[in-house]
Write a protein that binds this ligand. Sequence first.
Ligand code: MG
Length: 334
Amino acid sequence: VSDFTEDDLVAMVRKLLGGEAVGVRLGAGDDAALVEFGHYLGILTTDMLVEGVHFERSSISPRDLGHKGLTVNVSDVAAMGGSPRYGLASIGLPDDVEMPWVVELYGGMLEAAADYGMSLVGGDTNRADRVVLSMTVTGEVDPGAVVTRGGGRPGERIVVTGRLGAAAGGLLLSRVPSQQMTGPVVEHGRELLAALTRPVARVGEGQALARSGATAMIDLSDGLAKDLGRLCAQSEVGAAVRLADVPVSPGLEELRDVLGADPLDLALHGGEDYELLATLPGEAVPAAAETLWEAFATRLTEIGEIREGRGLVAVAPDGSEGPLDPKGWDHFGG
Ligand SMILES: [Mg+2]
């Protein structure tokens, strides 16, 4: 039995989302929010997280869930070279959810909004048979700086920010029995679990890559192989990935036995890293890497090249080539 009414919930959410914010003429409380859009291209993106499909209430805190729900949308704005501005949060709640849980959920969203310099301006609340979190984010981008998935050309280099596989490692680790969580497992494990529960959207990096001449870009939500395949399909090209150059997250090698998974496999096929993958002309790569390192302390690694034709190829350290097939990434993995 629920301890609050629909009106209680709406009043609470309005209070949480209230207050002055740059560009917001009218926030939550009217039929719609009024915001200033300016002389830029608008970016609109939405993402839904469903309990039992994308997360379990028992394995993520409401604060982390709220933070992640907004961050994954911001990541899509980043992948267009844009800047996030406003967010709408619609939630469905079953009867066994209590008010403090909801306050924590919004606390996480507001924390993420502050992290990315954007405002939450409204949304909708409903009863549901499980927790559903649907978030919409708007962003803006200068028309000359927008980067889609469709601009990759043969001969260009494929680059990726950060290191890959940590979130997938975190998901595997969350299933490891607690008696195995000792010493180095705890030490490296903390980073892997944080990658899963607190992903970071590469907003500044996306804009810097756009300025550095990126011709196509995508954020890695479903794994390198799958998302590179999506970029290539949209660009009507193929790609070759040098396996030895794929930046594997530190900690995965040390925990290989505990996780029971090959680190490279996690880096190629694990999802939810939210790093950016982009294509760049070869001569633009060194300056782009220097910019990302100096401005954000973010690594930019060249992992291969765009080719004519279709299909993804993995290049082994000895130069031999084989198909790089995307494996499915199960976001919840239960
Ligand atoms: Mg995306």
